[in-house]
Write a protein that binds this ligand. Structure first.
Ligand code: SF4
Ligand code: SF4
Length: 107
């Protein structure tokens, strides 16, 4: 067993993941994108800042998010949450973020 690698995998599994929920829909000002150090926040393909944002939101790739939390305070509508703190009525958005990137969600 390579214990260094094991520790790395463990720490990766235990980091917080951030999720974007409903308040982003129709806003999409991309303030979060500007601060993300790993460029893991994305809109649907073809959508760009300045386009009509109706029915559009951005998503965080849970496999790429390093849990730094820099995006959370930047959001003007408080749409970003630590995965464990998403309000019950928006829990469905956790799956939406995972599935947007084709990731398995086992929550
Ligand atoms: S927590 Fe950090 S890495 Fe994750 S989406 Fe926000 S800014 Fe990006
Ligand atoms: S800062 Fe908030 S509203 Fe703006 S794109 Fe990011 S999650 Fe959506």
């Amino acid at each position: 067993m390579n214990w260094g690698l094991f520790g790395l995998l463990e720490s990766k599994r235990n980091i917080m993941i951030f999720i974007i929920a409903e308040p982003c829909v129709g806003v999409c000002d991309t303030a979060c994108v500007e601060v993300c150090p790993v460029d893991c926040i994305h809109p649907p393909e073809g959508w760009e800042k300045g386009n009509d944002a109706k029915d559009t939101m951005l998503y965080i790739d849970p496999e790429e998010c390093i849990g730094c939390g820099l995006c959370e305070p930047e959001c003007p509508v408080e749409a970003i949450f630590d995965e464990d703190e998403v309000p019950a009525y928006w829990k469905g958005y956790i799956r939406k973020n995972y599935e947007f990137f084709g990731r398995d969600y086992n929550g």
